[in-house]
Design a protein around this ligand. Structure first.
Ligand code: B12
Length: 139
């Protein structure tokens, strides 16, 4: 039997598909799912339905969740060469001492692919499932 989480995600994706293109402040928008996973702290994962404006970057989706959900927050810092680095999610910061960071992935049919750019450059596709996973680069 499908787990409640998979059932929840499936219903969400179905609703998004039925709705088709939504609008955000009069602009065409692209719906997506965003999950937060932190196995290092044994936290239960959370998933949010969000969107970006057509052609918009992932940062817009994070901002949209933060504006509508008081339990979701994030911080970032600017790197002179690569742009915006996602520094913390829900108060959990990566750090050099523990070699931890927020890895950004795209999930499709159970397969996880690491994004090749950061939150300020990545342009999500319709109904994409983005995963923010607290990870270590020590391995
Ligand atoms: C080591 C490394 C990391 C380490 C840095 C840890 C550390 N404190 O040393 C970790 C594992 C954290 C990391 C993460 C990511 N990285 Co990286 N990383 C590198 C790598 C291999 C070397 C960087 C380095 O040490 N340079 C030498 C030092 C002296 O220079 P520096 O300027 O101080 O380096 C800093 C920046 O590079 C920064 N940084 C590292 N990665 C990224 C990614 C982004 C988007 C930003 C804004 C900054 C940044 O962290 C370094 C230490 O402070 C480079 C590739 C390369 N060979 O340069 C990729 C590289 C910079 N990373 C890249 C990417 C895509 C990511 C991720 C987005 C991957 C992901 N999907 O999760 C994440 C960032 C996620 C987030 N939270 O925003 C891309 C950036 C491409 C782009 N145009 O945006 C690169 C170029 C690799 C590639 N070709 O794909 N990375």
């Amino acid at each position: 039997m499908a787990s409640p989480r998979i059932a929840f995600l499936s219903v969400g994706i179905l609703l998004f598909s039925i709705q088709g293109t939504l609008t955000v402040a009069g602009q065409a928008s692209v719906p997506l799912l965003l999950s937060v996973e932190n196995d290092l702290s044994n936290m239960s994962p959370e998933t949010h339905f969000t969107s970006v404006v057509e052609g918009g970057v992932l940062l817009g989706a994070l901002r949209r969740i933060q504006e509508s959900r008081p339990d979701f927050m994030f911080t970032m810092k600017e790197d002179p060469n690569y742009g915006l680095f996602l520094e913390s999610v829900n108060g959990v910061f990566g750090n050099d001492r523990d070699k931890t960071y927020w890895e950004i992935l795209s999930e499709n049919s159970g397969e996880y692919k690491r994004l090749d750019v950061g939150i300020g450059c990545y342009v999500p596709s319709e109904n994409e499932h983005i995963v923010l996973r607290f990870s270590t680069w020590a391995k």
